[in-house]
Write a protein that binds this ligand. Structure first.
Ligand SMILES: *[C@@H]1O[C@H](CO)[C@@H](O)[C@H](O)[C@H]1NC(C)=O
Ligand SMILES: *[C@@H]1O[C@H](CO)[C@@H](O)[C@H](O)[C@H]1NC(C)=O
Ligand SMILES: *[C@@H]1O[C@H](CO)[C@@H](O)[C@H](O)[C@H]1NC(C)=O
Ligand SMILES: *[C@@H]1O[C@H](CO)[C@@H](O)[C@H](O)[C@H]1NC(C)=O
Ligand SMILES: *[C@@H]1O[C@H](CO)[C@@H](O)[C@H](O)[C@H]1NC(C)=O
Length: 950
């Protein structure tokens, strides 16, 4: 499903299920799923399968201004046993009338006086028959009233707005996944119930034609002057994929053909920002048509398929793959050469690819239940990178996959409470929502990539073709997927030769069933050349369970390094195993280019050899392996699974490293450790000095301005390293940024797009209220939402307290700050400067009820509270927060438990820092020749003693 937006933010959130975590938390980026933590905690929820929908017509009379609609839904169903009741999902305002006809169109009597009963808690309507009905087909007609939700977070059919020539205009659109179709019409609201839908919408004549999954079949102007549009019936589809949109939006069709239409749709105004999405989206459609050997445009079961992509100013998710009508947040679809930075451009290409991949994985073949959401999302998350890569090779998306998917999924899997890909506990709304997380998305995609390296790309593609072809218009189970892989693998004789006795289905299933991901511990006997391997689940804290995986292992060694061949040469099927390298002292490296989904920890001698290699000639080791090495080492530090001197010995090569991928694997974790020392000034300063030294060469090499021939990774490296450097106080970075900011302010010289984030931030951090006002003005008049998000983030860099107060007030009251950006803005205020914490806390303490109201509900207040956990780095602040929390427990309501987790996390973070500070301090001190600081270890210990009061 949806794509969500945290990828942009580097904000601090708990994993969606993870509010119960009490371990040190990561700064996590990812996207589609934020906002999926709502209500209900009872499992009596599923519909029986003795009634199947055959086809459903939905006829809505929509009153946009009044935020309401009248509906008639007609469901033709197949009943397979004698019944006295039929149960459907509903979550509409009221049901006025229910009638049932049998196959001969004779009325079927319902109970008097209760022909139907509504259960608001389970969101169902039960139709009560006067006497038992027999198997056969029936037609159920329900007249009802519905609401257009004014809060987009409520999903269903909801309302948004935009300004055109200073006039405020409204539109209504849908977000149904996973359980919100029932808010627009009573239905069988589970993915396994698939049937054709025929949608009819009646709207005001002041609007433009509506959109739905299919094209308009005919239009009728009613005597009232209102306009009725009937759409072609959809192919067989689940309710969560139905969609419609009522507005005065406009479309362009610059890329498709008459046979293969492709439209970008947006509010009136930014139509000149349509063409990038149109070009790349159409290209990706054709790439996937040929990869899967199933044409998108022939999926309509006889009806013409369209391919619309709609940019929405307000959207609770990131994007949603409704068949024929994909919804996006505007920033993820509209591209403006002058204002959209490279990272946002990458989002546009990858998110379109993700949603298009769903046409095959999700729409054509659907997961049978949300417990196995990975059958939809893993594939979408895989092709998000690899089909976009084929369309836009210069974006390096095949390599970026390692950072955005593999490393981010490994990070999620480091938590003791992460769920497996197949999470059998998915039963009710909260658990459904919680499964829209890294396990279903990034982890699944990473497992797929590992399997592709294992079985080879051609066999992998054939397996997917078998799965899609055999299950088209139906539902898929994991066993169907394994069967397709077995069949494709059986056609390749090299597999059985290379991996005797290995069953691909069993390998696959282990990764699907086990929660978490393994670390392979490597012990090399340099005398014999025996490389001993032991696997266990990697966790940041706690004792891991005894699960084992069948791990395809690729590896190489220092005697003849080969980082080109990523095909595994060994499968570790037991807890322990071994491979043989030549006798003699040379390093081994496992998991070439991080093609597998596991971490690797080595014995100290091998780490030392790797460290020496990296210092003498790092390029012998592939950049993606270097990226894994630094990322793993930093996680091992966090988990206490590597000695501090060994770890810093390995990391020392970073002082000469300039590569984007390697630094990306390191920066978030370095920052995490840095922040854990914030309450210990001596250790903190030492670590700051260490980081400044470590990045200095990278900053020098990359320079401060994009060149015409810079590669994507060079530009991204500049964005990430300068952002990090400026935040850390790197003088060169600050001076350059201030100069650019000043010429922007005084001469209106635009700042290079990719530099805006840190240049604006430095400008505001070193400026005053007038700098803030200047940028706030720009924010309010921008027509490009991606650029607006950059400005929203950097406005929070101001150190002027009144400006930050103004900023926070705007998050509640300015309709230029979209509801889906409000929580982000709250996090930006925390990220802007550590000094902002007190202002943000006071804002929260004084306004939490209003925040809950204006940000869009209790879940949003919980998100704000959750965002605090990484920033409560001082004991006094934790105590202050905790006092507020307990004093206002009742009024804080369901967000209280989030607050308790925040306190636990913050305390654990503090403890973690206390435990390692002295050792890190003395290690850095002994490594650093240049430092002139005079703080002694004694002072650090003293500070520790003072803080260690709980
Ligand atoms: C279903 O109902 C029919 C008609 O009332 C009856 O003849 C039949 O025995 C019932 N079947 C079952 C399995 O109860
Ligand atoms: C409207 O379209 C449907 C096909 O969906 C067709 O059967 C019907 O005849 C059309 N009605 C008119 C008035 O054109
Ligand atoms: C695009 O839209 C225009 C105007 O509606 C239409 O004339 C043209 O045929 C369309 N082009 C394609 C490729 O669909
Ligand atoms: C592609 O699909 C066509 C038609 O369904 C089929 O005839 C052909 O064999 C398929 N090609 C491959 C390579 O699977
Ligand atoms: C390494 O291998 C040699 C030769 O087989 C053996 O004698 C030695 O005991 C091994 N070392 C360890 C630590 O197992």
């Amino acid at each position: 499903m949806d794509f969500l937006d945290l990828k942009l933010l580097v904000t601090i959130i708990a994993l969606s299920v993870g509010l119960a975590h009490t371990e040190p938390q990561d700064e996590l980026y990812s996207f589609e799923w934020i906002g999926y933590n709502t209500n209900l905690d009872d499992p009596k929820y599923r519909l029986l399968d003795n009634v199947q929908p055959l086809q459903i017509s939905v006829d809505l009379d929509v009153y946009l201004e009044e935020s309401r609609f009248n509906g008639i839904v007609q469901l033709q169903v197949q009943v397979s046993e004698n019944l006295t009741q039929i149960v459907l999902h509903q979550n509409v305002v009221s049901i006025d009338e229910v009638s049932v006809l049998d196959a001969a169109e004779r009325p079927v009597s319902l109970q008097i006086p209760n022909p139907f009963t509504i259960d608001r808690y389970y969101e169902i309507v039960t139709i009560n028959f006067a006497s038992e009905i027999v198997p056969g087909t029936y037609i159920i007609t329900i007249n009802y009233k519905g609401r257009i939700n004014e809060n987009p977070h409520d999903r269903g059919l909801y309302k948004g707005y935009y300004y055109y020539n200073n006039e405020k205009r409204y539109y209504a659109t849908t977000q149904f996944q996973p359980y919100h179709a029932r808010k627009a019409f009573p239905c069988f609201d589970e993915p396994q119930f698939k049937c054709p839908f025929t949608i009819t919408i009646t709207r005001g004549a002041n609007l433009r034609p509506s959109f739905s999954n299919m094209a308009i079949a005919n239009t009728t102007v009613l005597p009232s002057g209102r306009v009725q549009e009937r759409f072609y019936p959809t192919p067989v589809v689940s309710s969560y994929l139905v969609a419609f949109h009522v507005s005065d939006f406009v479309s362009t069709n610059s890329s498709g053909t008459v046979q293969k239409p492709f439209q970008i749709i947006s509010r009136e105004g930014p139509t000149n920002q349509h063409s990038y999405a149109a070009d790349v989206g159409f290209k990706i459609t054709e790439i996937m048509e040929s990869y899967f050997n199933i044409s998108y445009y022939e999926m309509g079961q006889g009806r013409p398929m369209k391919n619309d992509h709609i940019a929405l100013p307000d959207f609770p998710s990131g994007a949603m793959e409704n068949w024929g009508m994909v919804n996006y947040r505007e920033a993820y679809l509209l591209y403006d050469e002058q204002n959209t930075n490279l990272q946002n451009r990458i989002f546009i290409a990858t998110i379109i690819a993700h949603e298009l991949a769903h046409k095959w994985f999700g729409n054509l073949v659907t997961c049978f239940w949300w417990s196995n959401l990975w059958l939809n999302e893993s594939f979408a998350s895989f092709f998000e990178f690899f089909s976009a890569h084929e369309a836009e090779p210069w974006l390096e998306l095949d390599d970026i996959f390692i950072l955005d998917s593999v490393q981010s999924a490994l990070s999620g899997d480091a938590s003791a409470s992460i769920q497996p890909m197949n999470w059998s506990s998915v039963a009710d709304n909260p658990s459904i929502s919680a499964h829209f997380g890294t396990s279903s998305y990034a982890k699944g995609a990473s497992v797929l990539r590992m399997l592709e390296h294992f079985v080879t790309p051609v066999v992998f593609r054939n397996a997917l073709r078998y799965y899609l072809k055999e299950n088209s218009y139906g539902i898929g189970y994991p066993t169907d997927m394994y069967a397709a892989f077995r069949r494709a693998v059986s056609e390749d004789p090299t597999f059985a030769t290379a991996y005797p006795g290995i069953d691909i289905g069993t390998v696959f299933d282990g990764w699907v069933q086990n929660a978490g991901a393994p670390v392979v511990e490597v012990n090399v006997n340099m005398t014999s050349g025996l490389v001993s391997l032991t696997q266990r689940r990697f966790q940041i804290s706690g004792t891991p369970p005894n699960d084992i995986w069948q791990i395809p292992i690729s590896w190489t060694h220092g005697d003849s390094p080969n980082f080109q061949n990523t095909r595994p040469t060994y499968v570790l099927t037991q807890r322990t195993g071994s491979v043989q390298k030549p006798v003699g002292t040379s390093w081994v490296v496992l998991n070439i280019a991080q093609s597998g989904f596991y971490r690797v920890n080595y014995d100290n001698q091998n780490w030392g050899l790797i460290a020496a290699q990296l210092r003498s000639n790092k390029d012998v080791i592939h950049k993606l392996s270097r990226s894994q090495i630094v990322n793993d080492v930093l996680f091992f530090i966090r988990a206490g699974q590597i000695s501090i001197p060994v770890a810093f010995d390995v990391l020392s090569f970073l002082a000469k490293e300039t590569d984007y991928y390697v630094w990306n694997g390191a920066l978030t974790q370095l920052q995490w450790i840095h922040r854990r020392l914030e309450h210990l000034p001596a250790a903190y300063d030492e670590f700051t000095a260490y980081l400044l030294e470590l990045i200095d060469e990278a900053v020098k090499q990359i320079g401060y301005a994009d060149g015409a021939n810079d590669s994507v990774s060079t530009i991204q490296q500049r964005m990430q390293i300068l952002n990090f450097a400026c935040n850390l106080g790197h003088q060169g970075c600050i001076d350059d940024s201030l100069a650019k900011w000043n010429s922007f302010r005084t001469q209106n010289t635009p700042v290079q797009i990719s530099s805006r984030r840190y240049v604006y931030c430095v400008g505001l951090r070193n400026g005053n209220a007038s700098d803030y006002q200047f940028l706030f003005q720009k924010y309010n008049t921008s027509e490009n939402t991606a650029d607006m998000v950059v400005m929203l983030r950097t406005l929070a860099c101001s150190k002027d307290q009144a400006s930050i107060e103004h900023y926070l007030y705007q998050t509640m009251h300015s309709d230029k700050i979209r509801v889906h950006d409000k929580n982000n803005a709250f996090s930006y205020a925390l990220q802007g400067n550590s000094e902002n914490l007190q202002t943000v806390l006071n804002f929260l303490f004084n306004n939490y009820a209003e925040i809950r109201e204006t940000y869009g509900g209790a879940a949003r207040l919980s998100n704000c509270i959750s965002a605090l956990s990484g920033f409560l780095t001082d004991f006094e602040d934790i105590v202050k927060f905790q006092s507020w929390l307990y004093e206002n427990q009742i009024a804080i309501g369901e967000s209280f438990s989030t607050g308790v987790s925040v306190v636990n996390t913050a305390v654990n973070n503090l403890r973690w820092g206390n435990n390692v500070a002295a050792e890190i301090f003395s290690e850095l001190r002994s490594r650093s020749s240049a430092t002139t600081a005079t703080t002694s270890l004694f002072v650090v210990m003293l500070a520790l003693a003072a803080k260690f009061v709980f």
